[in-house]
Write a protein that binds this ligand. Structure first.
Ligand code: PLP
Ligand code: COI
Length: 337
């Protein structure tokens, strides 16, 4: 593919030749191996189909400046996937084996890793699901762990542009529920709200906390970033949002690379109009600036509806670290070869 072709990719599934599969049965994980088969045959009563017993992860592999293929902090995804599995009464996949499988899948599909200097990446999608048949509501006794790969471009179409969001009347996750893990059911919960927001011309929803509807949570697929007028980074702290790898990395980058104080704390929605900048962050979203938030007809505008300067500097620094243009903190880049 040419550089232009890589840069024109959207965020969609493309079948690549190899995926890693390991099965859990009789109380243990089998060794697992690469396979060419993208199709899965399931019993009609599999736990994943009946009761949504499934969780997943998302990571990107790409070519760094020195020509080596890297993946960004996949150890944190391995850990989070184990947390997700435990939250859904599933057996956790061993974290060291997860990292080994990541390497195998990237190496086997290396022709789909974009070259250095494009906006594309090879997106890795680890997923775990209950294959065992259940009828009563209980954890299945058989599972499959799988990692497939798909070349992708930007999650939000149209380059780095300021997004417009709306405050959702739906809730994404319940207190003491599964909001802090990557359970498939959280995303099922957000489908209708997402479709309605898109139909009204918005890019995404802002979810409020389900208990009081007064604090900012996150969107359907990214955490929030705010910048105060005196240039501090503020990120919502909540027990019901996903602990984003990108957000945790950005807090470190803000403080240690850009000397911007970073605060993680509950953010009342009422405080949002006082922020100078707003953005979303995640593996797929990278840092996507937010220009406007519609609160039931009342509009909150950031940086005159344009990408904010502090967030764009943070984006440039994080992307530079990820691509080996700026020295990375120890252990952040996972070399595949
Ligand atoms: N929040 C939700 C609901 C997500 O699905 C994601 C994507 O994984 C994120 C936040 C961002 O997390 P990360 O930076 O680890 O990709
Ligand atoms: C990611 O950023 O990797 C995500 O999983 C978000 C979305 C595609 C579900």
């Amino acid at each position: 593919m040419t550089k232009e072709e890589w840069n024109s990719l959207g965020f969609a599934y493309t079948r690549t030749p190899y995926r890693f599969v390991a099965r859990w049965a009789d109380g243990k994980w089998e060794e697992g191996k690469l396979t060419e088969s993208a199709e899965i045959v399931l019993n009609e009563s599999a736990g994943v189909l009946q009761y949504a017993q499934t969780c997943f992860e998302g990571m990107k592999a790409y070519t760094a400046k020195d020509g080596r293929i890297v993946c960004f902090r996949p150890d944190l995804n391995a850990e989070r996937m184990a947390d997700s599995a435990r939250a859904l009464a599933m057996p956790a996949y061993p974290e060291d084996k997860f990292l080994d499988a990541v390497k195998q899948v990237i190496a086997a599909n290396r022709e789909f890793v974009p070259p250095y200097g494009t906006d594309a990446a090879l997106y890795l999608r680890p997923a775990m699901f209950a294959t065992g048949a259940v009828l009563g509501v209980k954890p299945a006794t058989e599972y499959e762990f799988r990692i497939f790969a798909s070349p992708v471009g930007a999650y939000f179409k149209g380059g780095v542009r300021a997004l417009s969001l709306c405050v959702s009347d739906f809730d994404r996750a319940a207190p003491h529920g599964t909001g802090n893990v990557k359970a498939g059911l959280n995303y099922a919960m957000s489908m209708r709200a997402g479709a309605e927001a898109h139909a009204r011309g918005f890019d995404e929803n802002l979810y409020l906390d389900a208990a009081t509807r007064t604090y900012v949570e996150e969107t359907g697929g990214a955490n929030f970033l705010f910048v105060t007028r005196d240039k501090k980074l503020v990120t919502p702290k909540s027990a019901t949002i996903l602990p984003s790898v990108t957000r945790r990395s950005l807090e470190y980058v803000a403080e240690h690379y850009l000397h911007i104080p970073a605060e993680e704390r509950p953010v009342p929605f009422a405080e949002v109009p006082s922020f100078a900048e707003c953005g979303l962050c995640g593996t797929a979203a990278v840092i996507s600036p937010v220009g406007k938030i519609d609160d039931h007809g009342k509009e909150i505008v950031f940086s005159d509806g344009n990408p904010g300067q502090v967030l764009m500097k943070l984006r440039e620094t994080l992307v530079g670290i990820q691509h080996g243009e700026i020295p990375a903190p120890e252990g952040w880049l996972f070399y595949v070869d």
